[in-house]
Design a protein around this ligand. Structure first.
Ligand code: SF4
Ligand code: FES
Length: 255
C-alpha cells in the first residue's frame, strides 16, 4: 500500500525543525511501524540523505524506548500499543501520517523524532527506588502480600517509562509515570520505609524538571501503552497529602 509520511526533521536541539514529506509506494501491511521507517531510512541512505532518527530497542513493547506522535496521538491510533508493536495493517492505502517527537519542555528534542527523556531518570533517582536489600530471589511466600495488593502493584509496575503520558498531556504532566512508581513500590511491604519521602522527593523533582501539574484530563491514561490507570495518580496525591502529616522519620527519610 501507499503511505505518505510527513516527518518532523530537526538536526539538533538548537536548530529549528520542519515537516518533510516522504512517499512510500510499497508498504507491506505486515510491516511494523518501525520497519516502515527502516525501509524509508534505507532509501534515504541509498540516496545519500540523512536517515530519520528515531528511538527504539526491544521492538517488543517492553523497553519503553520507542514512541512518537502519529497524527497527534502518542504511539498512534491503536490503544494499549507501543509504536513498535503497531502494524501497518491498521492503516489504509493512501493514508497521510504526520510524525512528530514528544512535545514537552522537560523532553527537549535531540534530533528528528528523538527526545531527551533523562528527566524521567532523575525522577527515579529522586524517589523511585527501595532501600531494602534485594539480594537473590526470595523464597515464595516469605513476605506475605495479599493477592489483590500484589496484582495492583504488578499492574503499576508495567509502566515502561516511554513518556507518552507526558507527551499527550496538555500540561506535560509526569503524574501518571510518577503515580505508577509510587503505587508499584508503595503498595508492597518493601516500599514502606521510603513511602512518604518518595512521593515528596518525586513531586519536588517533577517541579524542578518543569513537568506540569495534573488536572485530571485523562489523556495520559488514554494513550498509555501499558494501560496504567488514573487511580495511581489518586494514590500519589493521597500519599503526598499524608506525607505532610507523618512524623519526621516515619517513612520520610528524615531523622
Ligand atoms: S505511565 Fe504509561 S505512558 Fe506513561 S511512561 Fe509509563 S507506560 Fe509510558
Ligand atoms: S522499542 Fe521497546 S517498547 Fe518499543
Amino acid at each position: 500500500m501507499r503511505i505518505v509520511l510527513h516527518i518532523w526533521r530537526q538536526r539538533n536541539a538548537n536548530e529549528q525543525g520542519r515537516m518533510v514529506r516522504y512517499e512510500l509506494p510499497n508498504v507491506s501491511q505486515h510491516m511494523s511501524f518501525l520497519e516502515m521507517l527502516d525501509v524509508l531510512n534505507e532509501d534515504l541512505i541509498a540516496k545519500g540523505e540523512d536517515p530519520v532518527a528515531f528511538d527504539h530497542d526491544c521492538r517488543e513493547g517492553i523497553c519503553g524506548m520507542c514512541g512518537c506522535m502519529v497524527n497527534g496521538i502518542a504511539h498512534g491510533p491503536l490503544p494499549g500499543t507501543t509504536l513498535c508493536q503497531l502494524h501497518m495493517r491498521h492503516f489504509k492505502d493512501g493514508d497521510e501520517l504526520y510524525l512528530e517527537p514528544w512535545r514537552a519542555k522537560a523532553f527537549p528534542v535531540v534530533k528528528d523524532l528523538v527526545v531527551d527523556r533523562s528527566a524521567f531518570d532523575r525522577l527515579i533517582a529522586a524517589g523511585g527506588f527501595i532501600s531494602a536489600s534485594t539480594g537473590s530471589a526470595p523464597d515464595g511466600n516469605a513476605i506475605l502480600v495479599p493477592k489483590e495488593i500484589a496484582d495492583h502493584s504488578m499492574d503499576a509496575a508495567a509502566c515502561i517509562g516511554c513518556g507518552a503520558c507526558v507527551a499527550m498531556c496538555p500540561n506535560a504532566s509526569a503524574s501518571l509515570f510518577m503515580g505508577a512508581k509510587v503505587a508499584h513500590l508503595g503498595l508492597l511491604p518493601q516500599g514502606q520505609p521510603e513511602r512518604y519521602r518518595r512521593v515528596k522527593a518525586m513531586v519536588a523533582q517533577a517541579k524542578a524538571e518543569i513537568f506540569g501539574s495534573c488536572t485530571n484530563i485523562g489523556e495520559c491514561e488514554a494513550v498509555c501503552p501499558k494501560e496504567i490507570r488514573l487511580e495511581v495518580i489518586a494514590r500519589m496525591n493521597g500519599d503526598f497529602l499524608k506525607a505532610s502529616f507523618v512524623q519526621p522519620g516515619a517513612g520520610d527519610g528524615e531523622e
